[in-house]
Design a protein around this ligand. Structure first.
Ligand SMILES: [Zn+2]
Length: 313
């Protein structure tokens, strides 16, 4: 289907963006993607309901987070430098114009590159912000989705970790923790800047979002959080799929919350209680505030994901 040799993490071979932006991929006809539809969790299908105002959070000279809309928002992150603009996720399709204006306000050279952390519509809806001839990089399980998100783009679909150079940074697209949120998760690591874009593998102000219907499990989610905590520098900044950026200390505290709530639900399951019974008895009352960030992903949604993930174990 294509001739590009994928760089494994063990091979410290870096590709320049100029090399792989020239490559042409015939993706749409041959995709074996299981994720060509959008039957994901409802929280990622919600269109923006607030005023269409993008919140701009400039982390440093190179990184800017655009959160759209204000309130329960999704993060689209700009990495800008001498070679151009790279976006990690692109938000809602209805806000692509506002996103383009926001990017131009930082560095008006167009967008040469997009990395989608997964296929959910709120993370790739603005893929048309890409300049002509640009490249979309994403997990191979979302190949057809990404192709359809911008038919004029080259799609680089990866099935293992991948490294390339852009704006003086050796960017690592990591696939080491599949199925923590969906079947198409990518973590994007900028080692020189000490920044990680986690996608929805981490949502800093909500219970974890685990799409069991798409093959994700709470076990994989816990492994992912462990990986994010233990394999990166202490002074790393995590940019979540939704919510504010976090330190390692904050992510570690978040992990403790996740671990504690999983244990409580599992203990209830061990007594033979049904899902509905556990949900009715409000066993996670102490943590209910984590179930209010999304309109339609509450404490009972989280209990359900735990129940489904551990049922029979
Ligand atoms: Zn999301």
């Amino acid at each position: 289907m294509w001739n590009l040799s994928i760089t494994s993490f063990k091979q410290i071979t870096a590709f320049s963006i100029f090399l792989f932006s020239l490559l042409i991929f015939n993706c749409s006809e041959n995709s074996n993607s299981p994720s060509g539809n959008d039957d994901s969790r409802p929280i990622d299908e919600e269109p923006p309901t607030n005023e269409n105002v993008i919140q701009v959070n400039k982390l440093n000279d190179h990184f800017t987070i655009f959160s759209e809309p204000i309130g329960t928002s999704v993060n689209a992150t700009l990495f800008s430098g001498s070679e151009g603009n790279l976006m990690i996720d692109t938000g809602y399709d209805t806000m692509v114009g506002e996103l383009r204006d926001s990017i131009n306000g930082i560095n008006p050279v167009g967008v040469q590159f997009i990395i989608n952390t997964h296929t959910d519509t709120d993370h790739r809806g603005g893929n048309n912000v890409l300049s002509g001839g640009g490249t979309i990089l994403g997990h191979v399980n979302g190949e057809l989705v990404y192709q359809n998100s911008n038919p004029g783009a080259d799609v680089l679909a990866i099935d293992r970790s991948y490294i390339f150079n852009f704006n003086g940074e050796s960017i690592r697209c990591l696939l080491r923790t599949n199925n923590g949120h969906t079947e198409s998760d990518i973590i994007v690591y900028f080692p020189e800047s000490k920044i990680i874009c986690t996608g929805d593998l981490y949502i800093s102000e909500s219970f974890p979002s685990v799409s069991f219907a798409r093959g994700a499990t709470v076990q994989a989610h816990l492994m992912t959080l462990n990986y994010l905590i233990n394999y990166f520098p202490d002074d790393i900044t995590y940019i979540p799929g939704h919510g504010r950026p976090s330190t390692k200390e904050e992510l570690t505290a978040y992990y403790s919350m996740v671990e504690a709530t999983v244990e409580i639900v599992r203990n209830e399951m061990a007594t033979g209680r049904s899902l509905e019974d556990i949900q009715r008895s409000n066993v996670l009352a102490e943590w209910n505030s984590w179930g209010t960030y999304f309109v339609d992903y509450n404490t009972n949604s989280w209990i359900r994901q735990i129940y489904l993930s551990y049922y029979g174990l």
